[in-house]
Design a protein around this ligand. Structure first.
Ligand code: DGT
Ligand code: CA
Ligand code: CA
Ligand code: ZN
Length: 575
C-alpha cells in the first residue's frame, strides 16, 4: 500500500457513492480525505497501519478506521462491497475526458452502459445524443475520447510512472546476486510518454534474477521469462523488460537499450568509421582492444565524444555537439531557486496560500509565485478583481512574516478569444507578475490562435505565457498554434515561455526549446501546482528542460530572489 493507493481508493469510494446518489457531504468527506492523504506531512501509511491517525483535520473516525483497515490488511471490505454493486467495466468510463460521475450515472441508468465498448456502440448508434444533458456535440466528443484512449492504450505518462520505476529499481538493487541496476529506454531519455520500461542488471546469475523479476509484487502476469531476459506486465498494464548481463557488458547494454534507436544508429556508424564495431555487448574490430570500458561514458570517450546526457539522445544534433565539445551544460534541479504559476484554495487548488508557501520552503525554494485563475475560468472558481486584491493583501501580510522567503503575487489571467485579457491593465500592474493562458475557445484556426496568443504576449504586464498548446497528454490534443511564430513573438516582446510541468501537460513541448533558447527566450519551469504535492513536479520539469537543451542561464526560476525582483520591476522592453 502506498500513499497514492490509499488516496485513489478514497476517491473511488467518492465516485461510487456519487453513482449511488448518496449524501453529498459524505461524498465530499471522502474526496477531501483523499487530498488530506496525498498532502499529509508524515508517514501516513505507517501511521494508518498502526491506527495512529487521530486528531487529523479532514480525517474523521469513519475514515480513520477505513484507512487503518486498508493499510494493515491491504483490503477494505466496505469498498469491495460497494464495487461489487456495479459492473467492473463501468470504472473505465471515468477515464474518458469529459465524463464525470453525473454523466456516467445517466449512461448507466438510461442505456445500461457498463463498459467503454458499450458506450462506443451506443454513440455510433446515435443513442447517446438523445439523452438529457448530452446532445450530438457531446456524443461526438465521447467518440473522440474513446478513439484517443484506443490509440494510447499502451502509452503511459512519464510523470505518473516515475514512483513505480524507482520502487522496482530499488527492489532490484536489494537482490543479492545483482551488482548494478539501471533503467534505460524512453524513461531514461525523459520522453513525455513511454510504452514500456527497460531495466538492466549486472549479474553472474542471469536466469535466477530473471525468475525473481517475475515474482515482483507489482507484477500481474509474465509475458516471457528466459535465461537472460524477462518481460512482465504490471497491475497498471505497463510492460517491464529486464535484461540481465555480465558486469563487463553492462555499460554497452545500458548505452544500447537507452536508445534512441536513431541515436544508436548514428553512434554505430561513427564507430564503424573508426574501425570499431559496437553492439549491446561490447566493441569488436581491430582497435577494440585499445579501450577499457567500465562506465557508459567510456564508450562515448572511446569514440572521441563528450558524454551525452541520456535526455539528449534523439539524434537531433547531440552527436555533432559532443564531437565539437559544445554540448550544453544542462540545468539541474538543485539550481532552481523558486517557481511560478501555482494555485491555492482561492481558485481550484486544494492547499491554502500558507500551506503552499510552507511546502515551497520545505523544498528549499527562496520564492513561490502564486497565479490563481481569473474570473472567466468560472469552472475553476476564478478570482474576480476584489478577490484578487484581497489576495494581494494576504500575500503582503505573509511576506512581512517571512525571513529568507517571499511569495510573488500573480494571476493566471485568461486570454479571451480575441487576445484581450480577463483583467484590466491597471489591476495587472499591481501584481508582481502575470501568466497568460488560453482556457477556452480551443477550436480557432492555427492562424487565429497564434494571433490571439501573440496579442496577449504584446501586453506589457504579461510576464509569461502559460501552457502553450493546452494539450493533455493521452487525453486531449493540443490546440493548433504556430510554435515558430510564438517563439519569435516571445523573443520580440521579452515574454517568458513556461514549461508547464504538470505530468499531463509538459507544455511547451521539449522539441521547441532549443529554438526558443537560441532566440534568447527565457523558460520558467512552472508546476501549475493545485496542491502541495503538485510543487514536487518541478523535478519532472527539469528533466524535460534538459531534454530541450536548456542550461541554467535559460531558466528564469534559477535566478535568485533579488535578480527576479529586479527583472520583474524592469519594463519588458528593457529586459
Ligand atoms: P518506448 O517505445 O517508449 O518503449 O521507447 P524505447 O526507446 O524505450 O524503445 P524500446 O523499449 O523498444 O527499446 C529500448 C531501446 O533499445 C531503444 O531506445 C533502442 C534500443 N533498440 C531497440 N530495438 C532496436 C533496434 O532495432 N535497433 C537499434 N539500433 N536499437 C534498438
Ligand atoms: Ca521502452
Ligand atoms: Ca522495451
Ligand atoms: Zn491553466
Amino acid at each position: 500500500m502506498t500513499r497514492e493507493n490509499l488516496a485513489e481508493i478514497l476517491e473511488q469510494i467518492a465516485l461510487l457513492l456519487e453513482l449511488k446518489n448518496e449524501n453529498p457531504f459524505k461524498i465530499r468527506a471522502y474526496r477531501q480525505g483523499a487530498e488530506t492523504v496525498r498532502n499529509f506531512d508524515g508517514e501516513i501509511v505507517e501511521l494508518a497501519a498502526k491506527n495512529e491517525l487521530t486528531g487529523i483535520k479532514g480525517i474523521g473516525e469513519a475514515l480513520r478506521d477505513k484507512l487503518h483497515e486498508l493499510a494493515s490488511t491491504g483490503k477494505l471490505g466496505f469498498y469491495e462491497k460497494l464495487r461489487a454493486e456495479f459492473p467492473p467495466g463501468l470504472f473505465d468510463l471515468f477515464d474518458l475526458q469529459g465524463l464525470g460521475p453525473k454523466k456516467v450515472k445517466a449512461l448507466y441508468e438510461a442505456l445500461t452502459i457498463t463498459s467503454v465498448a458499450d458506450l462506443k456502440a451506443a454513440c455510433e448508434a446515435g443513442k447517446v445524443a438523445g439523452l438529457p444533458g448530452f446532445g450530438t456535440k457531446t456524443q461526438t466528443k465521447i467518440l473522440e475520447a474513446i478513439a484517443l484512449r484506443e490509440t494510447f492504450a499502451d502509452t503511459f505518462l512519464l510523470g505518473s510512472i516515475t514512483p513505480l520505476v524507482e520502487e522496482i529499481a530499488s527492489l532490484l538493487r536489494l537482490h543479492p546476486e545483482v551488482s548494478r541496476v539501471a533503467y534505460a529506454g524512453s524513461f531514461r531519455r525523459a520522453k513525455e510518454t513511454v510504452h514500456d520500461l527497460d531495466f538492466l542488471v549486472a549479474t553472474k546469475e542471469p536466469k535466477l534474477v530473471c525468475e525473481d523479476f517475475t515474482t515482483l509484487p507489482q507484477c500481474e502476469s509474465i509475458i516471457v521469462c528466459g535465461d537472460t531476459k524477462a518481460s512482465i506486465r504490471l497491475r497498471n498494464g505497463l510492460q517491464c523488460d529486464l535484461r540481465a548481463v555480465s558486469n563487463a557488458q553492462f555499460p554497452f547494454a545500458l548505452q544500447y537499450f537507452t536508445g534512441s534507436k536513431e541515436h544508436n544508429v548514428a553512434i554505430r556508424s561513427l564507430a564503424l568509421k573508426q574501425g570499431l564495431s559496437l553492439n549491446e555487448y561490447g566493441f569488436t574490430g581491430e582497435s577494440a582492444g585499445n579501450f577499457e570500458v567500465n562506465e557508459e561514458a567510456d564508450i562515448y570517450h572511446a569514440l572521441g565524444l563528450d558524454f551525452i546526457p541520456p535526455e539528449l539522445r534523439e539524434n537531433r544534433g547531440e552527436i555533432e555537439a559532443a564531437a565539437d565539445h559544445t554540448l550544453p551544460r544542462l540545468i539541474e534541479l538543485t539550481q532552481l531557486r523558486g517557481t511560478f504559476h501555482n494555485h491555492t484554495t482561492a481558485s481550484d487548488g486544494t492547499a491554502t496560500l500558507e500551506a503552499m508557501a510552507d511546502e515551497a520552503m520545505d523544498l528549499g525554494l527562496q520564492y513561490l509565485g502564486i497565479a490563481d485563475h481569473s474570473k472567466a475560468s468560472f469552472q475553476a472558481n476564478g478570482l474576480d478583481e476584489n478577490r484578487l486584491l484581497d489576495q494581494i493583501l494576504a500575500i503582503e501580510k505573509l511576506n512581512a512574516s517571512y525571513e529568507g522567503f517571499r511569495l510573488f503575487s500573480g494571476t493566471e489571467v485568461d486570454v479571451h478569444k480575441d487576445g484581450s485579457l480577463d483583467f484590466e491593465d491597471a489591476l495587472l500592474a499591481r501584481l508582481d507578475y502575470c501568466v497568460a493562458s488560453v482556457h477556452a475557445s480551443f477550436t480557432l484556426s492555427e492562424e487565429e490562435m497564434t494571433r490571439r496568443i501573440c496579442r496577449a504576449m504584446e501586453n506589457e504586464h504579461v510576464t509569461m505565457l502559460g501552457h502553450v498548446t493546452g494539450r493533455l497528454l493521452l487525453k486531449r490534443e493540443p490546440y493548433a498554434v504556430n510554435h515558430a511564430m510564438i517563439i519569435d513573438c516571445a523573443a520580440e516582446t521579452r515574454t517568458i515561455i513556461e514549461l508547464n510541468c504538470s505530468p499531463m501537460r509538459l507544455d511547451m513541448d521539449w522539441r521547441w526549446w532549443k529554438r526558443a533558447r537560441d532566440k534568447g527566450v527565457l523558460c520558467s519551469i512552472n508546476p501549475d501546482a493545485h496542491s502541495t504535492m503538485g510543487l514536487h513536479h518541478i523535478g519532472l520539469g527539469v528533466r524535460l528542460a534538459r531534454k530541450g537543451w536548456l542550461r541554467k542561464e535559460d531558466i528564469f526560476n534559477s535566478r535568485s530572489v533579488t535578480e527576479v525582483e529586479a527583472f520583474l520591476k524592469t519594463p519588458k522592453s528593457k529586459r
